[in-house]
Design a protein around this ligand. Structure first.
Ligand SMILES: [Zn+2]
Length: 104
């Protein structure tokens, strides 16, 4: 059983550029263009999917599709449970590297 809180965390707390970096060669090619992180949209194939750091959603300015971390892995043919399991691992690894209030 996957909790709503876990789903919220893997959508919001794991930055999409980290997800794409973790995917490596499997993930879409990406570039920083004018300060925005862009990647090849899995829906239309254009380098127009742009991550909004405020809500951690990618919006494609070509086909208008919105993608979160789970949608991205689903587009790469992961099934839902495999996508959630992988993103949870990456989120835990990412959060372990972040400074916490206790470290300051
Ligand atoms: Zn697109």
């Amino acid at each position: 059983m996957i909790s709503a809180d876990l789903l919220r965390r893997i959508r919001n707390d794991l930055p999409m550029p980290i997800t794409i970096a973790n995917l490596g060669r499997e993930g879409p090619p990406s570039k920083i263009i004018e300060g925005y992180y862009r990647f090849i949209c899995p829906n239309c194939g254009e380098m127009r999917a742009t991550v909004n750091p405020k809500n951690n959603l990618a919006h494609c300015f070509c086909c208008q599709k919105n993608l979160n971390n789970i949608d991205l892995l689903r587009a790469l043919d992961y099934d839902f449970l495999a996508a959630v399991a992988l993103l949870e691992q990456w989120l835990n690894r990412y959060e372990a590297k972040q400074p916490t209030d206790r470290d300051r």
